[in-house]
Design a binder for this molecule. Structure first.
Ligand SMILES: [Zn+2]
Length: 748
């Protein structure tokens, strides 16, 4: 087995590109602990499931939980985290039949997988422990039984928010006896979603207190740099961290491959998508099970098409490999997951949709087409290839993006970097006020009551003035007619989806997929080419009111790439120092034109105009103004390109230091900002209301300027390239102008 991967790695060394780094992560033997005092039936059940002894981290987690501590388990994928929470939960029910537990998973697919394992363990104990999944698909007849008799209720935060908490009077048994709350995939509770979930937990705890229970929280997280802090922000109680995994791991090789340079002065390398295709095709034809990750849904479809073409050239069937991404229908996704587990598929091309704990078995190779944008994502994607005993490998193919090239030049930044800090802001006023409303609907507030640890008297008086609450003596009661939770989505940015309808056969329109609203301007504007499962369709009509997109299957040799016009407007300044500031901004975007790009060669073969409504977002941003003296020496065009270059540089390096994903940030530049009345470069938090990135960037301003300077100095191009200041054309020396502006900062 091992020889197969070793000879494949030798083959990679024979390619023309550079191996920027090749790290070996040594195999790790298992370390075991002991079971704490458990019910004999449980020990026996574990034994018959083939689990004789717990790994050290499992034993640690179970003991601390049974001792009444909240814990967060942050160990690698496939280290057996579910044992850590299933054991204390089952133990408590064996001890006391009335004991209850609530499991929260961020998505539905996950809970199905974990359920199978839990069921098997329960069955072995021979005791009737009723476990139910409560989600949108649950039949009304089952719901009643679940409320009265369910020991373990498995759901997601959205259902807890709209389906359970507002109806707590029907769930008295659950809330009176709630012993454990399990929060799995904790790292997904970040950004605006995490801010909502923190408030849903405040509501949950408030209801528990009302019914006299005080549940223990059992959290599990993949790689983030601050699991303990994240868990404590979410539940507002002390949490103990368990991060030293005792699970065994096979040896792993991690290669960072940089495609060969074909034009040094322009800094152009061969296309990373072709290089990734080549590597995946070679691996699959060597019978190595391979997962290829890429950053966008369009790239999934392009890579899938190219890999199938590559396999066909070698006489291999194209259906050895499938695509997987958001927007495929659930049934289609489950089918692909099953085929991967059963080894019927040898390859899959995916976005980060497959990063989460979805069970696809362990593969031998992960190919990352481009740095996924964050350290944690990169480790998670690379972790998809990995066996308990055999050698596995991950190859990251650097793209021309700035961060990719920065890491290829400085791989120590990747291997030395701590993973991202998961950020959330439960005090985001918009989020907080909405959940105070929901909570007031559930139970009246006393005038001095806190919500979690937060004082909310001002929000309560505001809601009274709005006629939502009614004050009677020392209590606020709900008085509006509406049901507040229904109108509040926990995933505000992605809650609305366009439905893609195939009208190739007009008599038989078929729904083939979905696209979330923020992605629509790029992916499904009128006349766009939309790819799905390797087939191409053209958008015939986009119904923006009805959220429907009508497509027809077409044969095409091009794809489309839309350009967005972005508008940023400073609304309020919170803090200023040394030419920097941060505050509230309005970010608006709409698509203007689309380019037609030829599939095989990536040549631009035409364009068209797009008319769609502007999408607006209020958020926070950090900005800075380069010294006027340095700018005044330049003409307007040079000023504009120097500022755009600086923005591009910052976009490249900032995610590493802010410990966030590159998609969490937007950059922008203006030669004369009408509000600030001067030239400015902005780094905006890409989440409605912001999650604290703008303030963090303001605090790290010196570091960011130093990193930007290092990035531009170390770039091998002459006048600017996508890896540093962006591809602005050779006529403008953006690299030099950006460097000049940066040097004025070093003086101050
Ligand atoms: Zn460059």
């Amino acid at each position: 087995m091992d020889r197969k991967i070793e000879s494949f790695i030798q083959w990679i060394y024979s390619l023309r590109g550079d191996i920027a780094s090749d790290e070996a992560i040594p195999a790790k033997p298992a370390r075991f602990g002991d079971w704490p005092a458990l019910d004999a039936r449980l020990i026996e059940a574990l034994r018959s499931r083939g689990i004789e002894r717990p790994y050290s981290h499992q034993s640690d987690a179970i003991s601390r939980t049974l001792a009444g501590k909240n814990v967060v388990i942050a160990t690698p994928t496939a280290s057996g985290k579910s044992i850590c929470y299933n054991i204390p939960v089952i133990q408590s029910i064996l001890n006391d039949e009335s004991s209850r537990a609530l499991y929260l998973f961020p998505t539905k697919a996950l809970s199905q997988d974990q359920l199978a394992e839990l069921y098997a363990l329960i069955e072995e104990t021979g005791v009737q422990i009723l476990t139910f999944t409560y989600d949108g698909d649950t039949a009304p007849s089952a719901r009643k039984k679940m409320r009265a008799a369910g020991h373990i209720v498995i759901t997601n935060p959205d259902m807890l928010h709209t389906g359970i908490l507002p109806h707590h009077t029907k769930w008295v048994k659950l809330f009176e006896n709630l012993r454990y709350v399990v929060l799995d995939e904790l790292h997904t509770y970040r950004g605006i979603f995490g801010s909502h979930v923190a408030n849903v937990i405040r509501r949950l705890k408030r209801i528990c207190t009302f019914y006299g229970s005080h549940p223990i929280f059992l959290c599990c997280s993949a790689t983030v740099s601050n699991p303990k802090e994240l868990a404590e922000m979410l539940i507002e109680e002390p949490v103990e961290l368990i991060s030293d995994s005792g699970a065994p791991m096979g040896e792993k090789r991690i290669l960072l491959y940089n495609p060969p340079m074909i034009n040094r002065s322009l800094g152009i390398r061969t296309s990373s998508i072709f290089e990734a295709t080549n590597i995946a095709v070679e691996a699959i034809s060597r019978n190595i099970s391979t997962i290829t990750f890429t950053r966008s849904r369009l790239d999934v479809e392009l890579l899938l098409t190219y890999i199938r073409q590559g396999l066909a050239k070698r006489g291999l069937p194209g259906d050895l490999v499938a695509g997987y991404r958001g927007g495929y229908l659930p049934k289609e996704r489950r089918e692909i997951e099953r085929s991967l587990r059963e080894g019927k598929l040898l390859g899959v091309v995916s976005t980060n949709a497959l990063e989460l704990g979805i069970d696809i078995g362990s593969l031998e190779l992960a190919v990352l087409h481009g740095y996924p944008g964050s350290v944690a994502s990169a480790w998670q994607q690379m972790g998809r290839a990995g066996r308990r005993s055999d050698l596995s490998a991950a190859v990251m193919v650097a793209s021309s993006f700035a961060l990719d090239q920065f890491l290829a030049a400085n791989p120590r930044y990747f291997f030395g970097a701590s993973p991202e800090r998961a950020r959330l802001n439960p005090q985001n006023l918009y989020v907080l006020a909405n959940h105070v409303k929901c909570s007031a609907f559930e139970l009246p507030f006393s005038t001095t009551e806190r919500f979690g640890n937060t004082k909310i008297d001002e929000i309560l008086t505001y809601l009274e003035r709005q006629g939502v609450l009614h004050r009677a003596g020392e209590r606020y009661h709900w008085q509006a007619d509406s049901f507040p939770a229904e109108a509040i989505s926990l995933r505000s940015a992605t809650s609305e989806n366009y439905v893609i309808v195939d009208i190739t056969d007009v008599a038989k329109p078929t729904v083939i997929g979905e696209v979330d609203r923020p992605s629509a301007p790029m992916l499904i504007h009128p006349e766009a080419i939309y790819f799905h499962g390797g087939k191409s369709y053209q958008v015939m009509e986009l119904d923006e009111e009805g959220m429907r997109c009508y497509v027809k299957e077409v044969k095409t040799d091009y794809y489309t790439d839309a350009e967005l016009a972005v508008r940023l407007q400073v609304l309020d300044v919170f803090e200023e120092a040394e030419g920097w500031g941060w505050g509230e901004v309005l970010l608006a975007a709409h698509p203007t034109i689309y380019k037609k790009i030829k599939l095989a060669t990536h040549e631009n073969v035409g364009y068209g105009h797009v008319h769609m409504k502007e999408e607006q977002m209020h958020t926070t941003a950090c900005w800075f103004t380069p010294a006027e003296a340095a700018l005044s020496l330049m003409d307007k065009d040079s000023q504009s390109s120097a500022l755009a270059g600086l923005a591009h540089l910052l976009r490249g390096v900032a995610p590493l230091f802010l410990m966030c994903d590159r998609r969490d940030l937007q950059v922008h530049s203006m030669v004369k900002d009408p509000f600030l009345n001067k030239p400015a470069v902005y780094l905006a938090d890409n989440t409605p209301g912001g999650v604290g990135l703008a303030e963090a960037a303001f605090g790290l301003r010196k570091t960011l300027i130093e990193a930007a300077a290092e990035s531009v100095m170390s770039c091998q191009c002459e006048k600017g390239c996508p890896a540093c200041v962006g591809a602005l054309g050779a006529s403008i020396n953006a690299k030099e102008t950006a460097r000049r502006l940066l040097s004025t900062f070093e003086v101050t």
